[in-house]
Design a protein around this ligand. Structure first.
Ligand code: ATP
Ligand code: MG
Length: 402
């Protein structure tokens, strides 16, 4: 079975190069190897934009067009809209019961965003809870990998804690011991003894090697035994770890080489800071924005030497250049051999060239709104099947199966 990948983006405006290089590029890359689920996080958009529904409405399908234009393939990736799946809200509610308030108050983005987005009132219940909603989004698909920008790392970490706690609290119910015994009985006598040995070693020493050996044994049997199910694997892996069944899976964040792309002013590129180059900016706009971009503040005159490490344009050379071009920049900048506009030109050219295929594909998709709607419709139904199954497991584990 392919590993599951899940990620989402908020439809709060136009997509920019930070979204692309920080996350979307990875989404496209991952779809060949993994079972990828990508969603429009419209409820998450409401956590900050609850007074601006128009922006959200306008951005939903435009964002999906940007995803497709960048190379997402609906035959490989499941593309859907969060609000169409109330199961996410159900899991959020159930997880909320046992999640300590301190876990949410400690998430760094909580205070950061309140400070940065001062024009909005973010002292809301929804804004505090949104990392937990994100945990529900991830856990409901039992995703292993979550490709996101660096700013989202703490949310994936919270998701792991929430899953661990859930499995600890609820993974033992429903005749856990008997079910473990029944699954174990299906292994050969030798394998049973081997499993017990690894379990004991892991319990006593916490040795990773014991865990890895036990896990490999379980996975080998899972692949070989007729009628073996995922819950059987979860039972034996949970028991091996000394916890209950792994009803929910602990995910890992996946970053690109550019986990944080700066904007025109050097701060993180963000549409809310007004410092973004959009995926669909036309060439003239790209040129104007990059030409006006901040540079090393110490380089006032053309004849002053500069320091690339103090210049946000340098980050763009990291993304768009190669060793030779970077050498040219470093040499030219530190000796005042080239001017800032000269240094920016290759960046402008590279962005415009990168955008060219996006522009063409986006134009074709814009002309066929029905097709885009149908892609989302299809993906939403595919996602629903998975989400429903998880909720069945979760309700049963929590004793709500009556
Ligand atoms: P913005 O920051 O422009 O307001 P957003 O925060 O509303 O955008 P999200 O949906 O939270 O957008 O982000 C979508 C994805 O893009 C996330 O994985 C996020 O980490 C990533 N991302 C956003 N901005 C950047 C950036 N400047 N550099 C790298 N990754 C980024
Ligand atoms: Mg963000």
């Amino acid at each position: 079975m392919k590993t599951r990948v899940l990620s989402g983006m908020r439809p709060t405006g136009s997509m920019h190069l930070g979204h692309y290089h920080g996350a979307l590029k990875n989404w496209v890359r991952l779809q060949d190897e993994h079972d990828c689920f990508y969603f429009v996080a419209d409820w998450h958009a409401l956590t900050t934009h609850y007074e601006e529904r128009e922006v959200i409405e306008q951005s939903v399908y435009e964002m999906v067009i940007d995803w497709l234009a960048a190379g997402l393939d609906p035959d490989k990736s499941t593309i859907f809209i969060q609000s169409r799946l109330p199961e996410h809200a159900e899991l959020f509610t159930l997880l909320a019961m046992g999640t300590p308030l301190g876990w949410l108050e400690r998430v760094p983005t909580y205070k950061d965003q309140q400070d940065k987005l001062r024009d909005r009132d973010l002292t809301t219940y929804g804004f505090l809870g949104y990392p937990l909603l994100q945990a529900a989004d991830i856990l409901i698909y039992k995703a292993t990998y979550v490709p996101v920008g660096e700013d989202q790392s703490s949310h994936v970490e919270l998701t792991r804690e929430v899953a661990r706690r859930f499995n600890h609290l609820y993974g033992r119910g429903g005749g856990f011991e008997q079910r473990v015994a029944a699954a174990l009985a299906r292994l050969s006598k030798d394998d049973q003894r081997y499993y017990e040995r690894q379990r004991k070693a892991f319990g006593e020493t916490g040795a990773h090697e014991a865990w890895a050996k036990g896990e490999a044994l379980v996975r080998r049997n899972a692949a070989a035994l007729e009628g073996w199910t995922d819950p059987d694997t979860e039972l034996l892996l949970g028991h091996l770890k000394g916890s209950g069944r792994s009803v929910l899976v602990e995910p890992q964040a996946l970053h690109t080489e550019v986990p944080k792309l700066p904007g025109l002013d050097g701060a993180k590129m963000s549409k809310s800071y007004g410092n973004a180059v959009l995926m669909r900016d036309d060439p003239e706009t790209v040129a104007r924005k990059i030409r006006g971009m901040a540079t090393d503040p110490a380089r006032v005159r053309r004849s002053d030497p500069g320091d690339p490490d103090k210049c946000p344009v340098w980050s763009f050379h990291q993304v768009y250049g190669n060793d030779a071009s970077r050498q040219w920049v470093r040499q030219g900048c530190t000796t005042a051999g080239i001017g800032c506009l000269e240094c920016k030109q290759p960046v402008i050219d590279a962005i415009v060239a990168e955008q060219q295929p996006w522009r063409e594909r986006a134009a074709a998709l814009t002309a066929e709104p029905k097709k885009v709607h149908w892609i989302v419709e299809n993906g939403t139904e595919r996602a629903r099947t998975v989400a429903r199954q998880t909720m069945k497991d979760v309700r049963e584990a929590m004793g709500l199966g009556y």
